[in-house]
Design a protein around this ligand. Structure first.
Ligand code: ADP
Length: 363
């Protein structure tokens, strides 16, 4: 037994270490249960102490398995990775197991060969980062096309000495169209960011039929060859919404009916109540949407046929804005379709408990 001097007293080194270790261990043991990361202590003999229930869950171990020695038979893939890290002198690693991303970190415990291992499920962070990158990539890509067109045609105008007035006009029209497309895109992007970062300003009971009539008037004044059939079971049906935002939802959905229409220029809007929701079904007789795309069309920048959508001035942002607004209102939306025949958008908005709607519910 080796004795060392510390001040006036003599200590046994083993005792000093175990005191120190106990101190750091107890500090860690106290905080670990409150941490969202998993934490464990592992010594040079691969004796392991699990410090929280989160750790057991991440390691896929039984909750009562707190002190044990590592063996492959434990069948804990993360523990296997940690042991490999120790053997390979690696202090941090990211691993993907069963579609879950983990960040593993080893911190030297101060005693040779002993480590504190910190395990974190980073799936949602990585997903958010990926979505952010994808969003910026898509937005830049969508903006690049009109910028290239504007640049090309402006240079053409500047470099051509003599240019026919009709040609000049045609070039300026192309520049104007690309500028409008950029403006449309930027407005959509700003609206998405705005909606994501802010709560609803204030919901009020709004008569859904009045909103539909307003929207129908706006759509039909531009698309005069269209017809909107507004079908209702109840005369007054109120939903609890921010009316301007719900008008935006309805306009976007009707505009898509117009954009993706075929010969039959009819939009049917059916309104009913379903449990605690106002249910609105908007159906067109257009080109339809393939079954496999139905769940994706609400994703940002998703378009079924990119070239076709671009030609129609879309970038796949309209429905993501629609979905965000509906979900902000605690509502839901989904699409059904018969390819080549029709598409229906099913929107559910919270029913407002006005005296009128309560009274009608009892009839
Ligand atoms: P876009 O601005 O390109 O129309 P949206 O987000 O509004 O973007 O729609 C996403 C995609 O969903 C569209 O590109 C189109 O392929 C498809 N889509 C949406 N509504 C309809 C519809 N009523 N009929 C057929 N396809 C539709």
């Amino acid at each position: 037994m080796k004795l060392v001097s510390k001040g006036k007293f003599l200590y046994d080194t083993k005792v000093i270490f175990s005191r120190r270790r106990k101190k750091s261990k107890s500090k860690l043991a106290k905080t670990a249960p409150y941490m969202e990361e998993g934490v464990l202590l592992i010594d040079k003999h691969f004796s392991i102490e699990v410090l929280s229930s989160v750790t057991s869950r991440l390691l896929k171990l039984e909750a009562n398995q707190k002190f044990f020695t590592y063996s492959e038979d434990l069948q804990s893939p993360i523990l296997d990775k940690i042991i490999l890290m120790i053997k390979g002198n690696k202090l941090s690693e990211r691993v993907k197991l069963d579609d879950i991303m983990y960040s593993l970190q080893l911190i030297d415990d101060g005693k040779k060969g002993s480590f504190i291992a910190v395990i974190k499920d980073t799936t949602s962070i990585e997903k958010a980062l990926h979505m952010g990158k994808e969003f910026v990539g898509n937005a830049s890509h969508e903006l690049r096309t009109p910028i290239t067109i504007i640049k090309g045609f402006t240079e053409m105008l500047l470099e051509s000495e003599q240019i026919q007035p009709s040609m000049q006009r045609s070039i300026l029209e192309k520049i104007a169209a690309s500028t409008a497309r950029m403006e449309h895109l930027v407005n959509h992007l700003l609206r998405l960011t705005d909606l994501e970062n802010n709560e609803l300003e204030g919901v009020i009971p709004a008569n859904i039929h009045e909103l539909i009539e307003d929207v129908s008037y706006q759509v039909l004044s531009i698309h005069t060859d269209f017809q909107i059939e507004h079908l209702r079971k109840e005369e007054d049906l109120f939903c609890l919404v921010e009316p301007d935002l719900i008008e935006l939802v309805l306009i976007n959905l009707c505009k898509n009916c117009v954009k993706y229409s075929r010969e039959e220029k009819v939009i049917e809007i059916k309104v009913d109540r379903e449990d605690s929701y106002v249910y609105i079904k908007i159906t067109d007789k257009g080109i339809g949407i393939p079954e496999k795309d139905l769940v994706n069309i609400f994703d940002r920048f998703y378009t079924v046929d990119k070239a076709h959508c671009r030609k129609l001035g879309g970038a796949g942002l309209g429905l993501s804005i629609v979905k965000l607004i509906v979900e902000k209102h605690k509502g839901k939306i989904y699409a059904t379709s018969e390819l080549g025949k029709s598409t229906s958008m099913h929107v559910y908005l919270p029913l407002a408990k006005t005296p009128a709607s309560v009274g009608l519910a009892q009839v």
